[in-house]
Design a protein around this ligand. Structure first.
Ligand SMILES: [Zn+2]
Length: 173
């Protein structure tokens, strides 16, 4: 390969990288892998996409890689710890809060979706909400969060009378 060919190849690669980082290149669903995303909205510094196959929503912030969009279960679990340096310390308390505020049927959907990302990482979860903690710490927190929620959900299913205590204000109705 001549020096000129090498140079042109390098320029080609660089243009592809630039297009990708600016959100001009084709984006693919991180879960479906080969399905091209549909661009939904574009604002200064952020573009939103949706997967026509699995319906997951994505966000691409300038200078970052593709992530799930706000309202994805991971974003909901991360929201209370955006400013925490050590979110693992509060994993049990936040799981307890979610158990109090959400129906079991909802949490039974959230946990497997969070676990999918933990078992097969596709993105920097810290970029979803620009969290303070490290990626490693946040993933550890998410794993602990799932474990706490799962433990309580299985406890509830073995002791169904406990589930009536989810909303104590309604007990006397
Ligand atoms: Zn998809």
């Amino acid at each position: 390969m001549t020096e000129t060919q090498k140079y042109l190849q390098l320029i080609g690669e660089w243009r592809k990288c630039l297009a990708f980082s600016l959100g001009f290149g084709p984006q693919h669903c991180l879960r479906c892998k080969t399905v091209a995303l549909i661009r939904i909205e574009r604002h200064v510094g952020i573009t939103f996409f949706a997967c026509p196959n699995c319906r997951r929503d994505y966000a691409l912030q300038s200078g970052k890689r593709l992530t799930f969009r706000w309202l994805h279960p991971i974003s909901l679990a991360l929201y209370p710890v955006i400013f925490d340096d050590s979110p693992t310390e509060r994993a049990a308390a936040i799981a307890a809060m979610f158990l109090k505020q959400n129906a079991a049927e909802i949490l039974e959907l959230y946990v497997p979706e969070i676990r999918l990302e933990l078992d097969d990482p596709t993105q920097q979860v810290r970029d979803i909400l620009n969290c303070c903690a490290s990626e490693q710490e946040l993933r550890k927190y998410l794993r602990m969060f799932c474990e706490h929620v799962e433990a309580h959900l299985s406890d509830r299913s073995h002791h169904p009378e406990k589930s009536s205590g989810r909303d104590p204000s309604r007990d006397n109705l």
